[in-house]
Design a binder for this molecule. Structure first.
Ligand SMILES: Nc1nc2c(c(=O)[nH]1)N[C@H]1C(S)=C(S)[C@@H](COP(=O)(O)O)O[C@H]1N2
Ligand SMILES: [Mo]
Length: 302
């Protein structure tokens, strides 16, 4: 599958900046004291007291309802998911639509490590060292047309490999969406690895969205389709319960879930010493992303 836009980036000149950006690691400004602004000049380390979770923790406590609703179901059952070959269809309002092989996307993209806090709407969180590429790079290669305003995502639907889809917990396939400016934000990545290894099936192999300032369910796994559109896309959890789950779903300690508080969260890990910490606005990425929502009422546009 040769495609013009895939080849274009592969052949581009590598500048010293690219080399630096390959190594950059980002934590939220409020967490690391270094945000996007600091990115050009220094590489931030994980802040004291907020070490990345272990590989074991990140890959054994999961939400991936296509494999069951228990936290250990994905690790148990997602091994059945066939991830090679894998293609991603990119369509809608783009100049270069097509069905792209995962390996070709990987060859074209710059893979970096991003250490992000990950906050589930269920009020638990982890710190994950992802490997991946900026979604903006992929969208730019697809050539986003001027009328596009949103990006819709879809997960694979394989009844033979996914025991959970036999149950109508959600309206399968799992779908998600972002506003175009959110999708193009440099913090928004497609993750393809964890701790430098290929991302395990239970975490969304071979590629999944990661939007660190939003509740975890926005970070849709095992993506097979990306569609540029001028209409706000439907999203799985919003379809399931619009009162509890909005389109934006930005992490916000001041807006509680109708059934529980979002003011604090349980940091996974540490066994008995697993601690509760205050939840930060936009999960600690307020400095980077608050501007996207200027003028919006975040208590209303949940
Ligand atoms: N396709 C799909 N994507 C999904 C989910 C899912 O059930 N199906 N769960 C979401 C939820 S609720 C969370 S918290 C994260 C969990 O990601 P992790 O298991 O890598 O921590 O994936 C999100 N992406
Ligand atoms: Mo979640």
């Amino acid at each position: 599958m040769a495609n013009r836009w895939i080849n274009t980036l592969k052949d581009k000149d590598v500048t010293p900046e690219d080399m630096f950006l390959n190594r950059r690691q980002i934590m939220g400004g409020a967490l690391a004291g270094v945000g996007l602004a600091g990115m050009g000049s220094s590489v931030s380390a994980a802040p004291e007291g907020l070490e990345p979770n272990s590989y074991e923790e990140i890959t054994s406590y999961n939400n991936y309802y296509e494999f069951g609703t228990g936290k250990d179901d994905p690790a148990r059952y997602a091994g059945k998911l066939t991830t090679t070959p894998w293609t991603v269809q990119i369509d809608g309002m783009v100049d270069n639509p097509g069905e792209f092989a995962f390996e070709d996307i990987m060859k074209a993209m710059t893979i970096e490590e991003r250490i992000y806090k990950f906050r589930c709407v269920e009020a638990w969180s982890m710190v994950v060292p992802w490997n991946g590429f900026e979604l903006a790079d992929l969208l730019n290669m697809a050539g986003v047309q001027s009328g596009a305003k949103y990006v819709a995502f879809e997960t694979a639907l394989r009844p033979d490999e996914m025991p959970g889809v036999a149950y109508p917990v959600l309206d399968w396939p799992y779908v998600e969406g972002l506003r175009l400016d959110e999708a193009m934000h440099p913090l928004t990545i497609m993750a393809t690895g964890i701790y430098g290894k290929d991302i395990p099936n239970q975490n969304g192999a071979p590629l999944r969205l990661v939007v660190p300032w939003k509740y975890g369910f926005k970070s849709i796994k095992s993506v097979v389709k990306i569609t540029l559109t001028d209409k706000q896309p439907a999203t799985s959890w919003n379809k399931a319960n619009a009162r509890e789950y909005g389109f934006y779903s930005n992490v916000n300690p001041e807006v509680d879930h109708p059934r529980w508080s979002q003011a604090s969260e349980r940091l996974i890990g540490g066994g008995l010493f697993s601690k509760r910490v205050p939840t930060l606005m936009f999960n600690g990425y307020e400095g980077e992303v608050a501007g996207l929502y200027e003028g919006m009422d975040l208590a209303k546009d949940i």
